[in-house]
Design a protein around this ligand. Structure first.
Ligand code: NI
Length: 169
């Protein structure tokens, strides 16, 4: 298993929409293993393939890492079929948007569809933190970042911070 480099804003790859996975072969399985190793090392609760510069519709997550009982979940070609309600995801962050957090409006409840790593269909409703994580990761697969959901003013603040950091390198 290998650790992959996580692309960070303003890397253009993060703006690409991913392509659906047509066949779940050994290469895809290897990519999932590498994504998992990368996510656990970071550490993060979720990771999308576009964050490690693979143009594939794959996301992984594990909400139990903090409790020390990891349970890796995989969703291939995920789609939000329905979203309802509104929730503020407080202080949302992202491995691709380092050193910045913001409150983001999300659906409070979603119906999600996709495939597991063996190609079996998954379809479930969820709410709370998992609903937020899935919306965040599915955004990545559509070339979107959580900073796209915040006010222009806050986004400008972050951009300025990044520009400053890039200059000082
Ligand atoms: Ni993210």
């Amino acid at each position: 298993m290998g650790i992959l480099e996580i692309a960070t804003y303003p890397d253009r790859f993060l703006r690409q929409a991913s392509k659906p996975v047509e066949e779940i072969d050994g290469m895809i399985q290897d990519l999932i293993d590498d994504m998992a190793a990368t996510m656990y090392q970071a550490p993060g609760v979720g990771l999308a393939a576009t964050q490690v510069r693979f143009n594939k519709s794959i996301l992984i997550y594990d909400l139990y890492l903090k409790e020390g009982r990891g349970a890796l979940e995989v969703l291939i070609n995920p789609k939000i079929i329905e979203g309802e309600g509104e929730i503020i995801s407080e202080s949302e962050g992202c491995l691709s948007v380092p050193d910045f957090r913001a409150d983001v409006n999300r659906f409070s409840r979603i119906l999600v569809e996709g495939l597991d790593r063996n190609g079996r269909p998954r379809r479930f409703e969820t709410d709370g933190f998992l609903a937020t994580v899935l919306q965040h990761e599915i955004d990545h697969l559509n070339g979107k970042l959580f900073i796209d959901h915040i006010s222009a003013l806050k986004r400008e603040l972050y951009k300025r911070q990044v520009r400053k950091k890039l200059k000082s390198k």
